[in-house]
Design a protein around this ligand. Structure first.
Ligand SMILES: [Zn+2]
Length: 461
């Protein structure tokens, strides 16, 4: 099945090296022949929103059919070093935007020394050094602070530098730094327009006004924007939020969005999302918050205790109808928002794509199979390809395209990870190839293979 040409037929697929070289109804010969009769052969899934970026996370992602997992929402600070660290050692394809949240702090006069120390640690010790977390923590309070005019200029220089490191755009999770003024964020969109680099944003607040801020900035600056996880940003107003994005596209604006197929979100309890008044903002209470480490639901007492400690929570604040509405819209993509690996992490980290295929396509017929595949492969590839030309040969099952291929059984594919049980591998995903190399074969992870390559922005020098 190829969502771009609409091909949905019985074919033999020939792979040589890292490319698809033949798609034919005639029999093909090859060194390795895999019988996939009865199964769907599709382009590998492209996740535009993957916070889990270690091989431990990638293993679950691959078992869910993912061949490319990108960190576009938050971005990665020290992008060049991060890309170097993953090179030749990664299971599936990877890449990231620049982290505007970090760059704004590094531009602040009072955090210059902290930023310099952090850079030195990354360059000499790598990312795993315990002091790095401490140093970055010192800049953390900056989330409530605004930039001066001089600091705004300084930030612009940081943005330019990261483009040369291979950033896929600008990650702007402004919802996590309320100190960012409207001017600051608009300046980022102006920069994005000038460089033709898309913005990926977690908008300022979970409401329509914040979605309008992103749309207005993109329209006024002439920038491209992708609004991440529209379901958790729009909440009960997803209907009008979808209409805004759909209408903006009809007006010719380059505005896209994505969602994940779950009724709970996940984030850090110490983040600004839980500042005073969070109950009203999110329409939830203590009992709707689940502590990742133990799976327990919170009370006023445990909320206060754990917020001081810091850690990941799962927040149950959405309704099933909102998710269905989001999936039905023809222009929404699927992005997992999968979390860094933890055995009890949000199940979206392991089951997103199988869940869409099993529950929403097969069981409930909320959307068609080809439509779902487009949302998982072709649409994210198209979103990215202006910035990353390599994406033109991904997200498609065509001769000449990359051999990033997912083979699954449409009758059995299903997520198995749950909020109670934590991460478990999806079922019904039989084979996954990354650049022509099996990373999943006969439903099992293949050990010791690292075919993943960096997806780089076009300004990489
Ligand atoms: Zn987010």
């Amino acid at each position: 099945m190829d969502p771009e040409t609409g091909l949905d037929a019985e074919r033999n697929v020939g792979v040589r090296g890292d490319r698809i070289v033949e798609i034919s109804s005639a029999p093909l010969r090859g060194k390795t022949v895999v019988d996939v009769s009865g199964l769907v052969v599709a382009p590998g899934f492209i996740d535009p929103h993957a916070h889990g970026q270690t091989n431990e996370s990638h293993r679950f992602q691959a078992r869910d059919g993912v061949t490319t997992a990108l960190e576009l929402e938050s971005g990665r600070p020290f992008l060049r070093q991060w890309l170097e660290m993953k090179e030749g050692k990664t299971l599936i394809h990877y890449g990231a935007t620049m982290a505007q949240g970090a760059l704004r702090v590094m531009a602040m006069e009072k955090y210059r020394d902290v930023a310099r120390e952090a850079r030195k640690i990354v360059e000499t010790e790598g990312f795993d050094h315990p002091r790095l977390r401490e140093v970055l923590g010192e800049g953390f309070s900056a989330r409530y602070e605004s930039l001066t005019a001089a600091e705004l200029d300084q930030m612009g220089e940081g943005l330019s530098a990261e483009l040369a490191d291979g950033a896929l755009g600008i990650g702007v999770p402004v919802g996590y730094y309320p100190g960012a003024s409207r001017e600051e964020i608009f300046r980022v969109y102006e920069f994005a327009a000038k460089m033709k680099a898309p913005v990926y944003t977690h908008v300022r607040d979970p409401n329509v006004a914040a979605i309008q801020e992103a749309i207005a900035n993109a329209a006024a600056a002439g920038a491209s924007v992708h609004i991440v996880h529209l379901n958790s940003m729009a909440l009960g107003q997803i209907g009008v939020a979808l209409d805004m994005v759909g209408s903006a596209q009809k007006q010719g604006l380059d505005i896209t969005t994505e969602l994940y197929p779950y009724t709970a979100g996940s984030t850090s309890l110490e983040s600004t999302l839980f500042d005073e008044g969070w109950q009203e903002v999110w329409g939830m209470d203590y009992g709707d918050i689940q502590w990742e480490a133990t799976g327990e639901r919170l009370t006023k007492e445990t909320f206060e205790k754990y917020r001081k400690l810091g850690g990941t929570v799962i927040i149950h604040m959405m309704k099933e109808e909102w998710i269905e509405q989001g999936l039905k819209a023809p222009f929404t993509m699927i992005g997992t928002d999968g979390m860094p690996y933890h055995p009890k992490a949000h199940p979206r980290s392991a089951g997103t794509y199988s869940r869409v295929l099993g529950r929403y396509v097969r069981e409930r017929k909320v959307l068609g199979l080809m439509e779902a595949l487009a949302k998982m492969s072709l649409m994210p590839a198209r979103r990215l390809e202006g910035m990353a030309p390599a994406m033109r040969s991904k997200g498609r099952l065509q001769v000449g395209c990359d051999a990033d291929i997912t083979v699954f059984d449409p009758e059995t594919v299903l997520d198995t990870a749950t909020f109670e049980g934590g991460l478990t591998e999806s079922k019904g995903i039989h084979h996954v190839l990354v650049s022509g190399t099996f990373v999943v074969r006969d439903g099992q992870s293949v050990a010791g293979v690292y075919p993943g390559r960096a997806v780089l922005g076009k300004y990489r020098r």
